[in-house]
Design a protein around this ligand. Structure first.
Ligand SMILES: [Fe+2]
Ligand SMILES: [Fe+2]
Length: 290
């Protein structure tokens, strides 16, 4: 039996075996999903600025860790973007990202407010743990789902980074001298962040990544439609084991036992919800301009 590859922190794009790329194994759905993911990852510098505002007096070590985290997320975007350009030579990641940035501007990124939109630093760290749980499980699911060797490698490298990011934010959460939040409050932050996954970010990234500039007048952005398409792709990639791990990681971040009954039940529930959404039917053709 071959040992699973262990990917360490600090890799660069030059470490990836790009020459092994095999276009015949890059499915159109996977290409569409990776294009959208590359834009979300490339947007990390805005999150870095926001987190540095929230943790402005947390000390140089925390601020340096936030910077390093942002550099790794941006690299994820560059690696995924390069792969998507190989898979679809018509795709131009810089052009798509410029459109995404021009149209996606959450209020809290521009605000001068130094308080987390989650109400506290602990809340902010729970929300970050939720995101890293999601990305860690998502890239693991991509690695397991794809037969394309370069994507398998990139997804494996990114999934390992995302797991380390989760640990970073989990440790930062525990290190806060703010009083611990009651369980219900922590659960609300986690559920709030999970449901935000349906917001504009992924839907608009999918649109900018997959609708060419020349097509945008004919195919205008319709949030509900593109959210459905993006969620359908995402949900088809997951398997029960990935969902179980995701729920365990989120549960740990709010102080629940990862092996408990609530987690087992939660994982089954989330899996069923994903199945229902994934099977909710073809979203149909993209809506045309009126
Ligand atoms: Fe990432
Ligand atoms: Fe991450």
């Amino acid at each position: 039996m071959t040992e699973p590859t262990v990917y360490r922190q600090g890799w660069t794009l030059d470490d990836v075996a790009w020459s092994k790329f095999d276009r015949s194994k890059a499915s159109p759905q996977m290409v569409a999903a990776i294009k959208a993911a590359s834009l979300v990852e490339l947007n990390a510098p805005d999150y870095v600025s926001y987190l540095k505002k929230v943790f402005r007096d947390a000390g140089p070590e925390t601020l340096a860790a936030i910077e390093q985290w942002g550099c790794e997320e941006s690299q994820h975007g560059r690696a995924l973007g390069r792969w998507a350009e190989l898979a679809d030579p018509d795709f131009k990641v810089d052009e798509a990202f410029a459109r995404f940035r021009a149209g996606y501007k959450p209020e809290h990124f521009a605000s001068e407010d130094t308080t987390s939109i989650r109400g506290s630093r602990r809340g902010e760290m729970i929300a970050r743990c939720v995101v890293e749980s999601g990305t860690s499980s998502y890239y693991t699911a991509i690695k397991d789902a794809t037969e394309e060797p370069v994507l398998k490698e990139i997804a494996g490298r990114i999934a390992a980074d995302e797991y380390r990011h989760y640990k970073l934010f989990f440790e930062t959460l525990k290190a806060q001298d703010e009083p611990d939040l009651p369980l219900w409050r922590k659960a609300m932050v986690a559920v709030g962040r999970i449901t935000e996954s349906d917001d504009d970010e992924l839907a608009y990234a999918y649109y900018c990544a997959n609708v060419r500039p020349a097509e945008t007048a004919r195919l205008p952005y319709q949030r509900a439609y593109y959210a459905k398409v993006a969620a359908g792709l995402l949900n088809r990639i997951y398997r029960p084991s990935h969902v179980h791990k995701l729920v365990q990681m989120v549960a740990m971040s709010i102080g629940l036992k990862p092996q408990g009954r609530i987690v087992r039940f939660g994982a089954k529930l989330v899996w069923q919800m994903l199945r229902i959404r994934a099977g909710a039917g073809d979203p149909g053709p993209a809506p045309l301009a009126a």
